[in-house]
Design a protein around this ligand. Structure first.
Ligand code: ADP
Length: 463
């Protein structure tokens, strides 16, 4: 059996404990079954710039974790710079937040080259390589330059914007060309796939599309959507334990059986959090019967605290939630509970189940796994309703959620009222169909779909 080599910006030991997410578990399964290797950054930044960066090798079950630290320059230019201040905002359609510092691009390319050089030293002829996300777009091109002819796949977890936005990214044509060093390129949605096709046809007049195959820059690449999901059974089980029930009962007692609405997100400007708080304010204005009868709990742990845009967002949310609370609170009721920290996944599962509705309203999102988690955690006899942004990849699949435009505050407030008032029969009907969708997108099916396509290439290679 050919080995699988997974490369991602961060490496997570799939055996690290129950808190590990579905993606790490699914990749861990695929890696374990092939005795594979997971390569990436270990999260450490070298303090001393005179020290060379090191590599560490560690066994976990049947797989090997091969990780490196970053130098300070690499951390600034590759991770905080090009990945988080250029590609992340631009790919989420936020050109206003892009940092056009030229040096970032150079360091991003150099880190990809360094990883490629290391991987080239461990490669066997029949290894398959699966590269994850926007931090590593040029990695296959670097591997090809180092003589690698192995099958290489790329999956992008975040959106790909249309050419009108992509062409404003520094060195965009280099990035697009680099995607054609892969054999398989996967996106979350058909829309993202079409954006790449439009871009490449605009960039290279000789590009052709034949079904799933796009030929450009002298290579033919399979470009396809592979929507990702969660580990449905594992997450569903977490919501049904005795501990989960205790959390649910405690919460209902504290809320005096008021309806709870939940939001769970990393604190990120792509998540539409200020707009979401505004829509809760609007709900209380438009439908005063919710005053004293509904509580909105927003859980949003800080992420990327070293990037200015995230610090600004944190301050804005603090002041907005304070403003809404001081206007509407009563002596025994506060409309918004804003919690700025991480919770164990088991606690999240219980909080989802205890919530009559969820506000999942990103301005732009690759998939949005919170939408899947919320649906899976519900009691099918009395399920809550997700209010979901049309601009999340999940909306392309979860048509039975209450879909909204998150920029439209009134529309979101009205949709939340619809979700809160929805009759039981309709909630049950919608939930059943939503469960069919999230099951179909289960993360283990997602990884099999991708690896099957990459595996077909292995069989196609003459021995
Ligand atoms: P993104 O990958 O952009 O953060 P997703 O919705 O796809 O967005 O995935 C977010 C993941 O992070 C989900 O699995 C969610 O449960 C988890 N998460 C978000 N907030 C918290 C929190 N406060 N504590 C623990 N996990 C969280």
């Amino acid at each position: 059996m050919s080995r699988l080599i997974v490369v991602s910006n961060r490496v997570q030991d799939p055996a690290a404990g129950p808190g590990v997410g579905g993606l790490a578990v699914a990749l861990g399964e695929a890696l374990n079954s092939s005795g594979g290797i997971w390569v990436g950054w270990n999260g450490h930044v070298e303090d001393d710039p005179t020290l060379p960066v090191s590599w560490q090798e560690e066994r976990s079950g049947n797989l090997t974790l091969l990780t490196t630290s970053l130098t300070q320059e690499e951390h600034q230019g590759y991770y905080l710079g090009f990945a988080n201040r250029v590609l992340w905002p631009a790919f989420h359609y936020r050109l206003d937040l892009v940092d056009y510092t030229n040096a970032h691009t150079r360091v991003y390319g150099a880190v990809n080259r360094r990883l490629a050089m290391k991987i080239a030293t461990i490669l066997k002829p029949d290894d398959r390589i699966w590269i994850h996300d926007y931090h590593l777009i040029p990695l296959a091109a670097e591997l090809r330059a180092a003589g690698c002819g192995n099958p290489i796949g790329y999956f992008q977890h975040i959106p790909l914007p249309p050419p009108s936005i992509l062409t404003a990214v520094p060195e965009y044509s280099w990035l697009v060309r680099a995607l054609f060093a892969y054999d398989v390129v996967g996106f979350q949605t058909e829309t993202d796939r079409q954006h790449l096709i439009q871009q490449v046809c605009q960039q290279e007049s000789a590009a052709t599309v034949d079904g799933e195959y796009v030929t450009a820059f002298g290579r033919s690449t399979r470009v396809k959507s592979y929507p990702i999901g969660i580990d449905v059974d594992r997450f569903g089980d977490m919501a049904r334990t005795a501990d989960a029930q205790e959390i649910i009962d405690r919460l209902h007692r504290r809320n005096l059986n008021r309806a709870q609405v939940i939001g769970v997100d990393r604190l990120d400007y792509s998540k539409g959090l200020p707009e979401r708080l505004e829509s809760v304010r609007r709900l209380l204005e438009l439908y005063p019967e919710n005053r004293g009868a509904m509580t909105f709990m927003q859980i949003a742990p800080t992420s990327r605290g070293a990037v200015d845009a995230y610090v600004d967002l944190h301050e804005r949310l603090d002041s907005l939630s304070g403003e809404i609370n001081s206007k509407f609170s009563d002596f025994d009721w506060t409309p918004i509970r804003y919690i700025n920290r991480q919770f164990p996944r088991e606690t999240l599962a219980a909080l989802y189940r205890a919530s009559r509705a969820a506000l999942i309203t990103p301005l732009r999102d690759g998939m949005n796994l919170v939408a899947h988690e919320y649906v899976v955690a519900q009691d099918p006899e009395d399920p809550g309703m997700p209010v979901l942004s049309r601009f999340a990849g999940a909306a392309d699949y979860m048509k039975d959620a209450v879909l909204i435009n998150p920029y439209n505050i009134d529309e979101t407030a009205i949709a939340l009222q619809t979700a809160l008032q929805m009759p039981l029969k309709e909630r049950q009907r919608r939930h059943e169909r939503l469960m069919d969708v999230v099951r179909d997108l289960d993360v283990s099916r997602w990884s099999s779909r991708f690896l099957n396509d990459l595996g077909q290439l292995v069989r196609a290679i003459p021995s």
